[in-house]
Write a protein that binds this ligand. Sequence first.
Ligand code: UDX
Length: 449
Amino acid sequence: MKQITVVGVGYVGLVTAACFSDLGNKVIALDVNEERVKGLKRGEMPIYEPGLEELVERNVAAGRLDFTTDYKSALQDSEFVFICVGTPSGVDGKADLKYVESAARSIAENMQAPLIVINKSTVPVGTGDWVAEIMAEAQPKAIDFAVVSCPEFLREGAAISDFMNPHRTVLGSLDREAADKVAQLHLQLRSPIVITDLRTAEMIKYASNAFLATKISFINEIADICESLGADVKEVAAGMGFDARIGKHFLEAGLGYGGSCFPKDVKALAFMAEEMNQEPRILNAVMHVNGLRRGMIVERLKDLVGDLDGKTIGLLGLAFKANTDDMRDAPSVDIANALMAAGATVRAFDPVAMEVAARDLPKVAMADDAYSLAEGVDALIVVTDWNEFKHLDLERIRDSMAAPVLLDGRNIYFPDQMKSLGFTYRGVGRGYNGAGEVQTEVKVPTNAV
Ligand code: UDX
């Protein structure tokens, strides 16, 4: 059992603190936001993450997890401190490190004994060295410390599972002994631990996210070509995915990637490349293709319903993806604003994100559920792939709409079924003009498994 401090209680920090406490460590989680800390002490979660509330509650009750705003008490007796603060995009794409700097400085000013400082925030390559410089300069008196990079690979909505079952843990440090101690914290997770230097560890994080984003822009481009050539991108992706070199994940065509990581990380990596006079050709193409997706869906709607002026359009889903309330760079915001700019009235339903979304979309009327959303609308757009949208009573939906037009931005429905129900249906990359469905069968001979 070790004592760990976590600085920053957001999507990454709160999950990290809760999971390390669940592994039997004593964890003090610190945030400068007093309201957030008070809420957590009352058992109120500042974010929506499946399973998190129970995990926090159980470990607080067991005395393994606590919350504070005070650095000195938070660091007392801790051997490790994780920096999990935000690194938002600056205007030019460069990561804004003001929160990392503030955390590093506060740790340096309040530490009373040697510490291993683990940077989990996604930071530009080379920042690890910079954190060490800040701390050395800010310490009132020299106390030993080491900096280790330990990038996070947590998907929102699956963050606890991803923490407890990582594909790998990546550690980077110039101090191998410190890295080995951080590796010990992760041994119970029984997954590969990659120990390398600071810059390589930070680059593994960026390159991983950039590659996943590339897969998404790739399959979205293939989807557009499929519509011209009459192929079904869902079946194309399935056929591709059997190849272990490709893999079946992150090949779902749709509205492109959003969220707090891919947009920021791809932009930041491209910025780093350009700073070193390297032209990020593929990264620029990935961002360009991704940027076209939201406008594409609005143009496609115009093809289906004509002039948008005076029409009422319903958005099924608002969050950037299912199982989260996160609206950061959510496609729904750009889509709703483009529809309203064209004179449409926009209504929306999201199982979880409506309260958060209302701040970005004050003119969008929020419905109580998918069925009340559908009442009287001229068209519905599937924007977020929530499971609860996949088994709606589509006849009831159809009968309450002003016109049975459904634009499936996430390909959650089956085109033939939708056509037989009388919908004017379009998916993304589903055969000619996105409305077809290709019958595909997969036979796996028993001796092949
Ligand atoms: C991502 C990385 O997966 C995670 O490892 C990293 O630590 C943080 O960033 P996250 O942003 O939470 O996690 O979501 P993810 O599930 O990766 O999806 C990212 C975006 O891509 C979402 O907008 C999602 O809708 C979209 N997506 C994902 C697709 O459009 N198609 C896919 O096949 C998969």
